[in-house]
Structure formats: structure tokens, C-alpha cells
Design a protein around this ligand. Structure first.
Ligand SMILES: [Zn+2]
Length: 58
């Protein structure tokens, strides 16, 4: 499993740099309130998924 994002700090949003109330659940709340971050997160997750798909099918 290779995470390619530069997610260095679990309590900082990697997309806008905003501080999260807590790791994990705090991020889910954060993207709930920030549509731009949610969009970026979905894109990031789909990139990971397509990377994996490419590896497995390749
Ligand atoms: Zn954010």
C-alpha cells in the first residue's frame, strides 16, 4: 500500500492546511464542512484506487 500524498500531520488537512479537531474523525467532520477539501479527498482516493487497479490488472 503506497500512499502518495504528502500527509505528514494527522491533525492537519493536507488539502487546505487547516487544523483538525482530531485525527481521523476530525478530518471527516472537516471535509463535511469544506466542500473543496471533500472534492480533493475524493479525487485523491480515486487516484489511489486507480493506481491499485492498474497494478492488479497490469
Ligand atoms: Zn481542508
Amino acid at each position: 500500500m503506497a500512499a502518495t500524498t504528502t500527509w505528514t500531520d494527522p491533525i492537519t488537512c493536507p488539502f487546505c492546511g487547516g487544523e483538525l479537531a482530531s485525527p481521523g474523525a476530525g478530518f471527516m467532520d472537516h471535509i463535511d464542512e469544506n466542500g473543496d477539501c471533500e472534492t480533493e479527498f475524493e479525487r485523491w482516493r480515486q487516484n489511489l484506487a486507480s493506481d491499485l487497479t492498474g497494478e492488479w490488472s497490469g
